[in-house]
Ligand binder design. Sequence first.
Ligand code: SF4
Length: 1022
Amino acid sequence: MGTPADPFPAPAYLLALRQGGLRDDLMRLAARRGHPGWFDPPLCVFAELAERLGTGARRPLTAAERQVLLARLMRAARGKVFSHARRPEDYLDGVDRLMGELCAADVAPEAFVAALDVADGECWKRDDFERARDAELGALHAAYRAALDDAGRRDGRDALAHCARFIAAHPDELAANLGGRREIRMVGLQDLRGGWQALLGALVASPAIDRVVVYTAVESEFAALGPVIGQVERLAEPETIATRIFAATTPRRLPTIVPGIEAPDAAREVEEVARRVRALCDAGVPPHRIAIVARKARPHLDLVVDALARIGVPATARRRTALVEIPAVRAVLILLDGAAAGWTRHAMVELAEQPYLENSLDVQVLNTIGYRRQVQGLAAWRDAVAELRVEVSRREQGDEPERGGWERQVALPPLARVDAALVALDAFSSRAGELDGERTLAEWLDWVRGVVEEDAWGIGRLLRLLPAAGRVDVARLDLAGWRALGDLTSQWHKAVTDFGGADDRLAAGGFAARLRSMLDNDVALWSTTGHGVQVEEGPAAAYRPCDHLFIVGLESGNFPANPPCSAVLGEMDRERLIAAGLPLDPPDAWERRERELFRVLCAGAGLKVTMAWSSVDESGRDVARSSFLDEVEEAATLEVEEIPLSRVLTDGMPLCATPATAAHAHRVALIETGRASRAASPWNGAMEDPELRDWIAHEFGERKLWSPTQLEHYAKCGWAYFGERLLGLRTLEEPDDSLEPSVRGSILHRALELFYDAARRERGNAPVLLREDDGPAAEAALLRELDTAIGEFEQAGTWLGAPALRAALRAELARILRKYLAFEIDWNRKLFGKLGNNPRVLQTGVVAHEVRFDDVTLNADGVHVRFRGSMDRLERGVDERFEGSEHYVAAVDYKTSTFAMPGGGDKAAWADGVVLQVPIYARVLAELYPADEVSRIEYRSLKSPSVKLALQLYEMSKQGAVQQNETDCETMTGAITAIARHVTNARAGLFPADPAPSCGCPSYCPAIDVCRVAGGPQRKEW
Ligand code: SF4
């Protein structure tokens, strides 16, 4: 308390604390003890100490200034390593870190060069590249220090070294800065890197200081320094596992039980921790006496805060978000990326969907155009939208030619929408056009300044409008990121003005890359609750007391964390420099510090420490638990609760926020259970709306003209059919330069058609059954027809891929056709043999390709269905083993590969009722040629030549008589029944998600995103 002589007393020493959290703890303690505070606070944290004691006149560089200066020096470096690197900025981080270390340790340029030049010995054999790199690093360091001297600045990470020099040179100013105090106490110093050694020496030697006291948990760090550092006091620690882990002395083991949580993943790990924290709070432990600590902020701290919020426990946390991930900052980057990409469809759609960029770009219009063809550049987009306008206008006026019914009509946006899109595009282009082309770095920075300070794109205004439901946290983060972007731009601008580089010319992509590397930082925000559970990163939690401590994320690579790697110096290089006398950090010091951090954290727990870890890392890969847990197990009993993989719900963790949500979840669960049967229901493809059912009954009634492929599509999965053919869903892919697979198939079909037509003409219109003798001539003719087919497609303007690859395309198609032809000739050879089933097949020859049928009504088990379509190939009997073989016909359907066949050609597809195309052809042939019999139907694969899913409706008996194959006729009957069933179901409005087992769900299913089939899409292993 004050006295008349000293109304505002303050401690007679300066207390420097390791980090801000400790200062908060001290302030809280002082408040609890009724201390009113100080006018001249005798407190600071380590990061403020140098400024408090004095560092001299030189101002530190900002991070932006350092990067600009170093980048300029690297580009100007003489040598072939840095200045010739394709992306010198890749090395910038490593060089910056090295320069920081050298400056902090006050290593003179000559000393660095001397250490680099230590003669190569047995252990340190350098190759030519390493010598060249070392020479450039030495020159770079000298140039950097000289540039700092010229500018009268300092690096910024050398504060302690400058402070030491200042103290030695200006004891009076030090005394004044300390306000007459002659003692300094430091709490939590355990790492003497970065100039501490020099500072402690200077303080002890200063006539302005009587006493320097260091309170630490690692006395050993100071042992080698002897009296130079003043008085070191080891902080008293009660006997806990913290005093036993990593200890060299025995016995190490205590009777303490340390709870452990082993979870299948980080989400369940933090949920279990949150549950236990909630139990502690319910038992009366004040939340602020509980701490949850992770070595690194990401990903655990966010997960912990969210889990605590869900279970109703307040948390106090400093959450970090990468600047480039903050939505408002991302909006600027997306704009630059769009320009860099040349305003592609993807870029334009991303811009259109960006909530922070006020533009009315229309995603549907952009996608309608962009998925048809590649469009790049703002002017090209304008032309494309104008063309679309003409097309839509024609369609709306009914001037467009008929495309074959409602199913094949590609949906286009209405004219009014296209008009609005054109206006929006013009408005967007008038602003975004400025991002095209090159400009100087200073001009780019002016542009960003205009975006942030003058709000040229309206982002600042939008981010100040609170997001829905009062999400103040989102607005806070955006504002912090926006401010950081503005500050960075100003600092960067000043840096290029002072240190050069303002005139570098860059396109949008180059500037975006530089901006990203400048934004390689985090924004940290405190939660609004001050007295909740302390959720902290490891370094911030060190030396802070609590009653219950949970250390989470104890996985290998997480804690102990991996040391940062450098792109410029490897571990061996570093050891070489240390051996040569440089005070750099040795590679093993990192591990030592990680152990000490873990130990200090454990020591902070007054009552209990719980360890938690998971079995997989962030990317889902298996990960081993931390080696620190083995140490804990040696010092105490680690009692592990293993959370089984099957435990999805954590006890006590609410699944939903309100009773209404729970009721909804219950209802949905019942629906999901019903859906598991895959039967059609209102939640699985059964249409309920009477109007819609009427429409379906009308459209799918007897007047509907089916194509066999459409019905097969329905049979494979009703919901996939509904999605693609009724809702018009498409799997959209960016157009590229490659050939469409369907075009490849069409060319092959056409080549075969031309070939067989010519062969028939040569044979006086007789059916063509190729034999071994036909081989060489047939191959030459087929390849000739392939060239003709390619020419036809070219002439029709079909895109056949990049012209440079035309020869390769022709070679590929020729290879397929040659192989297929050889297969067919061999297949026919076997028809005349005596082995296997082939001799039983009635011999038929090709008479036609692409046999069209426009409207044939079939009676399938009493269900009348109209079909249209065309058969790939028709054959007619040429069998000389019996009279009248010309009255037997066969239908063949070509597929490029077996994957295109129902069930991939698997016979099980018959039982699934999905092989419909060829049975329909059989029935159509019977209608078209009532005097003939259908002897055979089959699919043929061209790429891996084979005959699949064939039915021999008539065959040659062993006795030489033509007879019906009863088994295959039954299969045919089953197929007809399936046709009747599918058509009836479709007419009834039933489109269930029920993929045929033999087919599974194709990866390209257009309905996959709106499909809730029980168990998820069924993949079939082919
Ligand atoms: S993903 Fe499978 S079940 Fe769903 S619609 Fe497509 S094919 Fe049918």
